[in-house]
Design a protein around this ligand. Structure first.
Ligand code: FAD
Ligand code: DHB
Length: 402
């Protein structure tokens, strides 16, 4: 049986970033991923990074291409009742946001792990975790046709919402909170010029729309759609037509159309599992929580969990300190619940929820108030750019010195 210090289940952004950060602390990891590397690197997901996320990726040694190729935005636009309002993130919250695709982060992390000669096993099936209540957890799996077993000090559950780690915890040890929204997002990627320099979020009577981008020549656009819709129901022409109807005229006239190079439908969900630590099993990222994408928080939260987790494991191996491990779940969850609140609020304000007239008037009033009140816009901006991370005593010293 092979021994390592930390087995990481999942090679999404959480798993790879954790492996990268622990490696820099001299902590050995083995990463097990169910899918093939090509599949993981091709998944189109998030695109908007908080400054804290960018800083951590740079600190982890994977920020070089990001800094060269990213777009930095000082604000974004919100369209409602035919008018466009700009939220001045830099002026109101003193911070900017960064556009850089999750696919690119995944590639940068994958390249860095490969260059470091790390033990990363793709297409590992039947992953099962054992004995995480004690000091010697084990992980069994099948790789390249052979059953295998690893012994370790810790298991990091970075295996996403549908992963095996959270599902292995006894039902009475975990409490979950969930809200499923009655619509989905149809998203496309196309190699055309964006409608605007910054992101545009639109609340229209036909439903929500979002114009995001990946670069000055590649757009990521979304429209709210019924949950029952299938990708085949949406030809490119139907998508472009629907998007134009939902945007204010000044943006609709600037839409450059072209063939979609990706098209998918994602459901919207809020979900939190508490706690995030079960003995020697620690969950991070989507394995423990999901936000609806409206606030662009999913990837950013995964990164902040990993920051806290690598600190707790670093302190354990440096000083045999148990306290940061005990505090891991609480530190994560304080930030997670605030991001859950913000993502729920953004979703509530920007989508159409048919059949509730009172809720519709509340939404209208909330948005009117937002556009009239600098205080309300400041609150939105503060959350959108990302709430600060709690630093442990040790890392506060490091950051203060930097
Ligand atoms: P994941 O990226 O889900 O990675 C988990 C990994 O674990 C996967 O590679 C999976 O294959 C692997 N795995 C699962 N089960 C097992 C197993 N049993 N054994 C081994 N490996 C396993 N966020 C935003 O901020 N903005 C967006 O626009 C946005 N769009 C999204 C669209 C979609 C369709 C989805 C699903 C998510 C989106 N998100 C978005 C959320 C964001 O992408 C996630 O928060 C982020 O990927 C979380 O990273 P993670 O590493 O924790 O989980
Ligand atoms: C993107 C997705 C979001 O949900 C969001 O709020 C901003 C940007 C994106 O995919 O680019």
């Amino acid at each position: 049986m092979t021994r390592t210090q930390v087995v990481i289940v999942g090679a999404g952004p959480s798993g790879l970033l954790l492996s990268q950060l622990l490696d820099r602390e001299g902590i050995a990891t083995i990463v097990l991923e169910r899918q093939a590397q090509r599949y993981v690197e091709a998944r189109i997901r998030a695109g908007l990074l908080e400054q804290g996320t960018v800083d951590l990726l740079i600190e982890a040694g994977v920020g070089e291409r990001l800094q060269r190729e990213c777009l930095v935005h000082d604000g974004f636009e919100m369209a409602f009742e035919g008018r466009v309002h700009r939220i001045d993130l830099k002026g109101l919250a003193g911070k900017q946001v960064t556009i850089y695709g999750q696919t690119e982060i995944q590639k940068d992390l994958g390249d860095a792990r490969l260059a470091a000669g790390s033990d990363l096993r793709y297409e590992a099936s039947n992953v099962a975790i054992h004995d995480f209540g004690g000091a010697r957890p084990r992980v069994t799996f099948i790789h390249q046709g052979r059953p295998q077993e690893l012994e370790c000090d810790f298991v990091a559950g970075c295996d996403g919402y549908h992963g095996v780690c959270r599902a292995s915890v006894p039902a009475d040890a975990v409490r979950t909170y969930e809200r499923v929204y009655p619509f989905g997002w149809l998203g496309i990627i196309a190699n055309v010029r964006p409608v605007a320099h910054e992101l545009v979020y639109a609340n229209h009577e036909r439903g929500f729309a979002l114009c995001s981008m990946r670069s000055s020549g590649r757009v990521r656009y979304y429209v709210q759609c019924p949950l029952e819709d299938k990708v085949e129901d949406w030809s490119d022409d139907r998508f472009w037509d629907e998007l134009a109807r939902r945007l204010p005229a000044e943006h609709a006239t600037r839409i450059q159309t072209g063939p979609s190079v990706e098209k998918s439908i994602a459901p919207l969900r809020s979900f939190v599992a508490e706690p995030m630590r079960f003995g020697r099993l620690l969950l991070a990222g989507d394995a423990a929580h999901i936000v609806p994408p409206t606030g662009a928080k999913g990837l950013n939260l995964a990164v902040s969990d990993v920051f806290y987790l690598h600190e707790a494991l670093r302190d354990f191996y440096r000083e045999r300190a148990e306290r940061p491990l005990e505090e891991y779940s609480g530190r994560c969850l304080r930030r997670i619940w605030k991001a859950e609140r913000f993502s729920w609020w953004m979703t509530q304000q920007l989508h159409r929820f048919p059949g509730d007239a009172f809720a519709a008037r509340m939404q209208e009033t909330e948005l009117q108030y937002l556009f009239e009140s600098v205080a309300a816009q400041t609150s939105l901006a503060e959350n959108y750019v990302g709430l600060p991370l709690e630093y442990s005593h040790d890392s506060r010293r490091t950051h203060a010195a930097a």
